[in-house]
Design a protein around this ligand. Structure first.
Ligand SMILES: CSC[C@H]1O[C@H](OP(=O)(O)O)[C@H](O)[C@@H]1O
Ligand SMILES: Nc1ncnc2[nH]cnc12
Length: 291
């Protein structure tokens, strides 16, 4: 049976599986961009089929710069995913955003240097709109789900800017202060390429950013370490799973309209009739509505 799921979840550092899934299939997909980070687990949550992928692999073997972002998003598209929720560990850049809090970012700043963040090229050019890099409708459902759970000791911050850095080293103190001076809320290493590719694939994307540390700017707190990130995520993993479950319940009951679902309508500038056949074939899953 072809596996299909309209909701996808990409779990980051510390979130390598979804315990509540039932009727699980482990799906290994290939894509024109190579294999995804790992097998995708398709299972049932709140009566709905969902697809879960561990972004760094289930044994965390891939660095942020090594992540096959295009394959991951293409694989989600192959499964029929229309709403994609990212769960990601982040460092806080604001006093009021405390470790264990949750942020639903609405903006990104790109500080990556080494990522391929588009499916296009090889004779087909497209420029997607990215003024609102996160789907406001999906982000709203996610934030409402977090708020409704009234999780003890967790403050929800709805909106905020996520700085996406290259890594794998954490920031210098000067960089951390620079990001603070820009008014950014959190820093991580993965979400921006994912959001761009999801938009090109016409998938609504939003992030649940799980705050694990104060990076290295805060005089009153130790600088970030992997131990700190994973320790705080372990404390919060059960909360994260509850949030995902509640978000899936709400999405399934009331799937929102999203502009992301027609993001390519006016984005492709190359006349497709004149585009190279090989590239049209490679991108056929994304372009099929427009061919
Ligand atoms: C393990 S700390 C740094 C690592 O954690 C975050 O990962 P993800 O976004 O996948 O949760 C951060 O982006 C870095 O990749
Ligand atoms: N301080 C930090 N910087 C970058 N990525 C992170 N992921 C978790 N904490 C982080």
């Amino acid at each position: 049976m072809t596996q299909q799921a309209s909701i996808g979840i990409i779990g980051g550092s510390g979130l390598y599986q979804m315990q509540a899934l039932t009727d699980i299939s482990e799906v290994r997909l290939d894509t024109p961009f190579g294999p995804p980070s790992d097998a995708i687990i398709v299972g049932t949550l709140e009566g709905t089929r969902v697809a879960f992928l561990a972004r760094h692999g289930r044994n965390h073997t891939l660095m942020p710069s090594e992540l096959p972002f295009r394959a991951n998003i293409h694989a989600m598209k192959q499964l029929g995913v229309r709403y994609l929720i990212s769960a990601s560990a982040v460092g806080s850049l604001k006093e009021a955003v405390k470790p264990l809090d949750m942020v639903v970012p609405d903006q990104f700043i790109d500080r990556t240097k080494n990522r391929v963040s588009t499916f296009f090229g090889e004779g087909i050019v497209a420029h997607i709109g990215f003024g609102d890099p996160v789907c406001p409708a999906l982000a709203g459902v996610l934030a409402d789900a977090i708020a409704s759970l009234e999780l003890p000791e967790v403050t929800l911050h709805q909106g905020g800017t996520y700085v996406c850095m290259e890594g794998p080293a954490f920031s210098t103190r000067a960089e951390s202060h620079l990001y603070r001076s820009w008014g950014a809320a959190v820093v991580g290493m993965t979400n921006l390429p994912e959001a761009k590719l999801a938009r090109e694939a016409e998938i609504a994307y939003a992030t649940m950013a799980l705050v694990t540390d104060y990076d290295c700017w805060h005089d009153g707190h130790d600088s970030v370490t992997v131990e700190m990130v994973i320790g705080n995520l372990k404390k919060n993993a059960a909360n994260a799973q509850q949030v995902i479950q509640e978000t899936v319940r709400r999405l399934a009951a009331n799937p929102p309209e999203s502009e992301a679902h027609s993001a390519l309508k006016f984005a492709v500038i190359t006349p497709l009739a004149k585009a190279p056949e090989a590239t049209k074939t490679k991108l056929s899953l994304l372009l099929q509505k427009y061919l």
